[in-house]
Design a protein around this ligand. Structure first.
Ligand SMILES: [Zn+2]
Length: 236
């Protein structure tokens, strides 16, 4: 990619999907925001997700052990978003955006929080070049789709997509592609090429879960193992 093209693209990193980001005027807390708005509901669902979802709890603990403690108030932001996006990770501010106008169910909130925490985890453990290296972005999107439950059986069932042995892989690949195409100006062919190049490596990288948590039960076991692993190392 040449330099001029790179600069052009620097202006559009998908932030158009998050109009309240970098817009200058910050609408949060403004007129008419009463106790029972989307924002309040979003905050409550976020709190519930962080306190009860084994996926979220494991990721929070793993990040804490890696020196990246996540603070609910500082690292999460409930905002109105355009289109049908549910959330995003803003690497420049290390903040997770939750789209309060598009998330209405607790289960959906849990998945979005988990998905974005996986990006935050990757951002914490590795020097991810989100903007210039599409392989890094693709890898994190593959991991987020694979490990967040986005492609778990019940979600796939709800989309009438189940029944194929390879359906989990296919679902992960499609969702990673969709995520990349939503935030970067690349052709579908380019995105497919990058995703396929890194797919096997990133699909098999299950950190910090140690397995693919296909269900909440799997995630609970993964969380328990993670806690025990910490205890084991602490006793050395
Ligand atoms: Zn993502």
């Amino acid at each position: 990619m040449d330099q001029s093209k790179q600069q052009e693209e620097e202006e559009d990193y998908g932030y158009n999907l998050f109009p309240e980001r970098h817009s200058g005027k910050f609408k949060k807390g403004s007129i008419g925001e009463s106790l029972f708005t989307f924002n309040h509901k979003c905050q409550l669902m976020l709190k519930f997700a962080l306190e009860t979802s084994p996926y979220a709890k494991l990721l929070l603990d793993a990040m804490k052990s890696s020196g990246c403690t996540v603070h609910k108030g500082r690292h999460f932001s409930c905002e109105d978003c355009d289109g049908i996006v549910s959330g995003g990770f803003d690497a420049t501010s290390s903040q997770i955006v939750l789209c309060q106008n598009n998330i209405h169910q607790q289960a959906h909130m849990n998945r979005v929080v988990t998905h974005e925490l996986i990006h935050a985890f990757d951002h914490c453990r590795a020097h991810v070049d989100w903007f210039n290296n599409y392989k890094h972005l693709a890898c994190s999107e593959i991991r987020a789709a694979n490990l967040s439950g986005d492609c778990s059986f019940s979600n796939e069932l709800a989309r009438f997509n189940f029944g194929f042995k390879q359906h989990h892989q296919t679902c992960v690949r499609n969702r990673a592609l969709r995520s990349i195409l939503a935030v970067r100006k690349v052709s579908r062919e380019e995105a497919e090429k990058v995703v396929d190049e890194v797919f096997d490596t990133c699909f098999n990288d299950h950190a910090p879960f140690g397995r693919i948590p296909h269900s909440k039960r799997d995630a609970k076991f993964a969380y328990r193992d993670f806690q025990n692993r910490d205890r084991y190392f602490a006793n050395l």
